[in-house]
Design a protein around this ligand. Sequence first.
Ligand SMILES: Nc1ncnc2c1ncn2[C@@H]1O[C@H](COP(=O)(O)OP(=O)(O)OP(=O)(O)O)[C@@H](O)[C@H]1O
Length: 258
Amino acid sequence: MPSTNADAAIEAVDLRKSYGSEVALDGVSLSIPSGTVYGFLGPNGAGKTTTMRILTGLSQPTSGSVRICGLDVSDRGKLAPHVGYLPETPPLYDEFSAREQLDYVADLRDIPAETAEARIDDLLDRFGLVGDANKRIGTYSKGMKQKTAFIQSVLHEPDVLFLDEPTSGLDPRAARQIRTSIGDVAASGSTVFLSTHILPVVEAVADEVGVLFDGRVVAEGTPDEVKSRAQTGGEGSLEDAFLAVTSDETRLTGVADE
Ligand SMILES: Nc1ncnc2c1ncn2[C@@H]1O[C@H](COP(=O)(O)OP(=O)(O)OP(=O)(O)O)[C@@H](O)[C@H]1O
């Protein structure tokens, strides 16, 4: 039984999730300290989204437990102020402008109007959206929508921010703005849980990496530790390490049991 750490920002113990006979998570335990940027990697179907939905309280595990900032994740009312979530398909209203969308979310989050206005102005400015902030989101490019959704997820300054593929499909400038903002969020002391297939993004921002394969964490540590443990020949990249620990051989030998 994995030990628990009450001080961790994210503490998950032996998460299991089955959909009928399909085992999506097969005993996932995580202990992520506050202030960490944690890169969560895994091939398609490994169980990343399932894990994130459980960690954010949107889905129930079949068994296992989750605490975020020491709070049981099932208490969604208490958890909400502490957590921000940018899902792969962000909830935005096409009929709203970015400003209306962000005002609406600030209101839902009970952020005082003056504070909200200052934060929204600052974030719109940082993401280069001021000139378009009063146009309908339905007319926005993918990058503009993603930046609006990112702002929406950090507006209440959450202690733990979950990001699902935040830079996917973005041009280099927009992707860099998001990457920089992830660093800013971490520098303010918050914890970032970042799921992505874009390994250079993880190498650029992550303090710790976890690799999920077939519903199990098969490698974990700093990017350098994961690279050296994967024994990719010394100078291997994170991509080499990823490929090494998510091969069918891993499934057979059970690297995570070491
Ligand atoms: N609602 C569901 N009903 C049935 N099976 C599901 C459901 N959601 C996920 N699964 C299955 O659980 C497994 C893990 O899926 P999940 O979406 O968590 O993977 P992922 O790592 O996020 O994949 P991707 O990188 O492709 O987004 C897959 O085999 C998937 O088919």
